[in-house]
Design a protein around this ligand. Sequence first.
Ligand SMILES: [Zn+2]
Length: 164
Amino acid sequence: MKKQLTERTHVPTDTSRRCQFQRRDRTRCKAHAHSGLPFCFFHDPALHNQRAAARKAGGIARTRRVVLPAHAPVKSLRTASDIGELLGETINQVRRGELDLRVSNAIGYLSGILLNAIEKGSLEERLATLEAVLASGDRSNNNFGEHESFDFVQQNPEDPSSPQ
Ligand SMILES: [Zn+2]
């Protein structure tokens, strides 16, 4: 997680164009300075009013938070396809303006972590979970049941839709 964050943070290589602001711990702000100015947007004293306006706009946006209703069903997120389904749903909710962007961003971010964890999880662990689910007979909370069974399909060479 930490690695991802450092990779995404853009650190300009040309230090002369960096913001001159010095933090309390004496490290320099790593953001790009405005062209021709010594400070970035967040540290330029001349932009104080603009920053205040941006904060106010952010505050207004925060009060308009849109989330799923409290009675929305809890989603099973055990497999990569579960997460894919959630992401697909979330994308459509965002497209329809039904979901706050911060919520969808959090879902996207957490889905990435969860997907990583699932991929890294040991095969043994997943098998144990699968066995436990199958043994308990609870097939409502997973998507193994239907997909793990074998269907014997009669192949018909004249039907193009039949599997080859
Ligand atoms: Zn700065």
